[in-house]
Structure formats: structure tokens, C-alpha cells
Ligand binder design. Structure first.
Ligand SMILES: O=c1[nH]c(=O)c2ncn([C@@H]3O[C@H](COP(=O)(O)OP(=O)(O)OP(=O)(O)O)[C@@H](O)[C@H]3O)c2[nH]1
Ligand SMILES: [Mg+2]
Length: 203
């Protein structure tokens, strides 16, 4: 089986990548499988910049091609926050529950029609031998008042997907993996992955 290394330490993302890539015949390894994997500082000012920083740093260290994901929640009524700071919105300890509560608190009193939001995911594919490729995907939703559902991770319980009439956390992992920002970005990457890997083989 072909193996792909994902430069993430986020368990929720790792699980989603495992099932997204399994359907394409790849086994997934993440930084959670690698003892003492470094923490790469996300110093960029966009999702794309941060995805490239993470992918290139780990590709250099591993001497191997890797995929990195930088993603987050963009809330229109909060001028795009938490955005690239989604993982640490309520503090450095990356507490999903506290992050979600901070968003709900900041949106208190904002009417339903103004609670539009999207999840955005940038994926970077990097190798020591080639130019880095980036792709992106997003999914539109509404931030509801109270968390609902317990699948997924992060802000999923407050992100309502109108077409499905459910929050992301009320979807099964298969359902989320059909419509999520990460799934859309990976679909974009799919068409580029084979030729990237072919160049990798020849380099
Ligand atoms: O409800 C959610 N459903 C999702 O599908 C999702 N995808 C991203 N996010 C949020 O955005 C942060 C990423 O920040 P991020 O890209 O820097 O990742 P991270 O720091 O958690 O791990 P790493 O990949 O950098 O190691 C995450 O922690 C979450 O708060 C999501 N929330
Ligand atoms: Mg991060």
C-alpha cells in the first residue's frame, strides 16, 4: 500500500485523513506516529502560508514528500475571526470547548441571518525534490446558539450545514467526509497527486 505522511498533530484531522485517503488506496501516517516530531511554528498570515510552512519544514526533516493542512473557521460577523487562529482562539492550550464557547459569546445577540460562516482548508504538498503545490476547499454554514452533536472536533457542534439540516457534529464521519472543506480540498489535490508522485519517483 502507498503511504502518505500528513504533517499534523491534530487527532481529529488525522482520523479524517485516514478515512479520506483509505478510499484512494493510501495508508496515512501523521506526526502523532512519529516520536519527538517537531512543533512547527505557524508564522504565516494566511492558511496557505501556514500550510506551506508546515509541509516544507516536515518534508525537509523527513526527506520525503508530505501533505500539511492549515484550516479554520471564518465567521463573517466577527470580521473573519477566528480564522488562522482557530486552534488557539481561547488560548495557547488549544481547547476546542473553550474556543467554541468564545465564538458563541462573541456572537451573542447576533441574529440568525447574520451568523454566516465557512470552514476553510488549505492543503500543501511539499517534497525536498519539487516545488510545493497548494489547493483549498471550503464549506458554508451558520453558527447556531447552542452546540449540537458529538462527532467530529473543534467547532463542528456549532457549525450548521443548511442543506443537510444538521451541525457538522451531527453528521457521521462518512457524511462529513463528503461535504467538508477538507474533503473538497483533497478532491482538488487528487488530480495533482499522481503526477507529483510520478515526478517524485523520477527525481
Ligand atoms: O470544527 C471543526 N471542524 C473541522 O473540520 C476543522 N478543521 C479545522 N478546524 C479548526 O481549525 C483549527 C486548525 O488549526 P491548524 O490548521 O493550525 O491545526 P492544529 O493546530 O489543530 O493542528 P496541526 O495540523 O497544525 O498540527 C482546529 O484546531 C479547529 O479549531 C476545524 N474545526
Ligand atoms: Mg496548528
Amino acid at each position: 500500500m502507498k503511504t502518505v505522511l500528513i504533517a499534523t498533530k491534530n487527532k481529529g484531522k488525522a482520523k479524517e485523513f485516514e478515512s479520506l485517503f483509505a478510499s484512494k488506496g493510501y495508508e496515512v501516517l501523521t506526526l502523532l506516529d512519529i516520536p519527538n516530531a517537531p512543533d512547527v511554528e505557524e508564522t504565516g498570515s494566511s492558511f496557505e502560508e501556514n500550510a506551506v510552512i508546515k509541509a516544507e519544514a516536515i518534508a525537509r526533516q523527513a526527506g520525503h514528500f508530505v501533505v500539511a493542512d492549515d484550516s479554520g473557521l471564518i465567521v463573517d460577523a466577527l470580521d473573519g475571526r477566528p480564522g488562522i487562529f482557530s486552534a488557539r482562539y481561547a488560548g495557547e492550550d488549544k481547547n476546542d470547548q473553550a474556543n467554541l464557547e468564545k465564538v458563541l459569546e462573541e456572537l451573542r445577540g447576533v441574529p440568525e441571518g447574520e451568523r454566516t460562516a465557512r470552514f476553510y482548508c488549505s492543503l500543501a504538498l511539499a517534497s525536498p525534490n519539487q516545488e510545493t503545490i497548494t489547493v483549498a476547499g471550503s464549506v458554508e454554514g451558520l453558527i447556531i446558539n447552542e452546540p449540537r452533536g458529538d462527532s467530529g472536533f473543534g467547532y463542528d457542534p456549532i457549525f450548521f450545514v443548511k442543506d443537510l439540516g444538521k451541525t457538522m457534529a451531527e453528521l457521521s464521519s462518512q457524511e462529513k467526509n463528503k461535504i467538508s472543506h477538507r474533503a473538497h480540498a483533497l478532491k482538488e489535490l487528487e488530480s495533482l497527486l499522481d503526477s507529483f508522485l510520478e515526478r517524485e519517483r523520477l527525481s
